[in-house]
Design a protein around this ligand. Structure first.
Ligand SMILES: N[C@@H](CCC(=O)N[C@@H](CS)C(=O)NCC(=O)O)C(=O)O
Length: 207
């Protein structure tokens, strides 16, 4: 049994749920994290002391870090279409996955956690303004990359490269704040929205 620990409105849990839909991986998910049972609960601490979701349990093999879980599942199932075996193709996919989890999301935190959720200390107006500017700058760079002609981040086909960034793009689209017009990003978002996994767990009405 493949178990997923984590609330379904967490961006990082949603990445794993989206991939499970893409690859037909069945799972049993339990709610943990903000507004649910806390990750400090002794039951959760037995699987992870790191206080973050998602965590997965694959027949007793415990794993955390959303991007690592995506790579684990694709490698286990031999899904080289999503996570290439060839070194340089794989590195390009990993480059976008790392970017999606780091630079593309640094500005997101104050905008989402500060402006939308009102969580301290992200709610300081100067910090929110910095976050909005940085997030817009990164999304503009992503759009410039997409303007070069590739329909997906790593080329002609959908890969793991698109999952972390795709979640950030959805959140950016879903939150109302001052944003530049980026037609290439709109087209990419529409392309991702053709996928049932993205509509179910990514672009699904939750920011
Ligand atoms: N680098 C980790 C980050 C995990 C993370 O920050 N998870 C957030 C939710 S998106 C969390 O657990 N927040 C605390 C909570 O929900 O209680 C990953 O990619 O899995």
């Amino acid at each position: 049994m493949f178990k997923i620990y984590g609330r379904p409105n967490s961006l990082n849990v949603r990445k794993v749920l989206w991939l499970c839909e893409e690859i037909g991986q069945s799972y049993d998910r339990t709610d943990w994290g903000r507004d649910h049972r806390p990750t400090t609960d002794p039951e959760f601490m037995k699987v992870s002391i790191f206080g973050a979701v998602p965590v997965v349990d694959d027949d007793g093999f415990i794993l955390r870090e959303s991007n690592t879980i995506l790579r684990y599942l694709c490698t286990k199932l031999g899904r080289h279409d999503l996570y290439p075996a060839e070194l340089q193709k794989r590195a390009i996919v990993e480059q976008w996955m790392d970017y999606g989890n780091t630079d593309l999301g640094s500005g997101m935190r104050p905008v989402f956690q500060g402006k939308v959720l009102g969580i301290k200390p992200h709610d300081i107006p100067e910090v929110i303004a910095w976050g909005a500017a940085d997030w817009n700058k990164q999304m503009t760079r992503l759009a410039t990359h997409l303007e070069s002609g590739s329909p997906y981040l790593a080329g002609d086909n959908f890969t793991l490269a698109d999952i972390p960034a795709g979640m950030m793009v959805h959140r950016w689209m879903a939150i109302d704040f001052d944003k530049p017009k980026l037609p290439a990003l709109d087209a990419y978002y529409a392309r991702l929205r053709e996928r049932s996994g993205y509509r179910l767990h990514g672009s699904n009405g939750m920011p």
